[in-house]
Ligand binder design. Structure first.
Ligand code: 5RP
Length: 231
């Protein structure tokens, strides 16, 4: 790993530790997905093992995070209608008002289902995820049903041209829910809530990686320290 990549990993971990410091014993915690969320899950496990926390239950946003949580000793339960006290997750883009793009790791649907039930959604990231407008750097992942996916993609391309179906090698990428993902290019100027409504109203779409008005705060690590952004 290059020095630069190593530094970025250290920053991601720093942000994760700040977020985990907010977790209290007895809480039900939404466990995010991705390389930054992984540090939070590992730290939660460490705190449980070292007796700094007790009685934590994790609700995982992907099979990978559930596996990791069990490995580090966090009891994992399925999502049910009870609220979660807190959820900690990474993001692909963070706008100034803490609206987010998520889902480059493919877990957007379970992330949204879980995090919408969290009293507090805490985002952890390194400084490269900060943007002045959503879509500046990352595509917007849109989860779509496999059945009729080419028709769904065509419907999406009518107002979001230039995107592409996510691939793993020669095959379509398949989410934990058995769906595909269309990575859309966002226009330079758009109203997020209106776009979200339009995409969700498109036949074949399951959900989008737009997480609007959901995050309470973000810990964003940069070389000169961790910044805490509050919505
Ligand atoms: O939304 C996600 C997965 O669906 C991740 O939170 C997002 O992709 C950030 O991942 P990383 O911390 O690895 O950059």
């Amino acid at each position: 790993m290059s020095d630069q990549a190593q530094n970025l990993e250290a920053l991601k971990k720093e942000a994760a530790l700040k977020a985990v410091a907010l977790v209290q014993s007895g809480q039900r915690v939404g466990l995010g997905t991705g390389s930054t969320a992984k540090y939070a899950i590992e730290e939660l496990g460490r705190k449980l093992r070292d007796g700094e926390l007790s009685g934590i239950v994790g609700v995982a946003t992907s099979n990978a995070s559930a596996d990791l949580a069990r490995e580090v000793g966090i009891p994992v339960e399925d999502l049910d209608p009870r609220p979660l006290d807190i959820a900690i997750d990474g993001a692909d883009e963070i706008a100034p008002n803490l609206d987010l793009i998520k889902g480059l790791g493919g877990a957007l649907l379970r992330e949204k289902l879980t995090e919408v039930q969290a009293r507090r959604l805490i985002i952890i990231a390194d400084h490269t995820k900060i943007v002045s407008r959503l879509g500046e750097k990352a595509p917007l992942p849109i989860e779509i049903a496999q059945f009729g996916f080419l028709s769904t993609v065509e419907r999406l391309r009518e107002f979001l041209p230039g995107g592409r179906l996510r691939m793993t090698g020669a095959s379509n990428y398949v989410t934990d829910n058995g769906n595909f993902i269309y990575d859309a290019q966002l226009p330079a100027d758009f109203a997020p809530a209106e776009l979200e409504r339009r995409i969700k109203g498109t036949l074949g779409v399951v959900d989008t990686g737009l997480f609007l008005c959901m995050a309470e705060r973000a810990f964003v690590a940069a070389p000169d320290g961790v910044q805490e952004l509050v919505r």
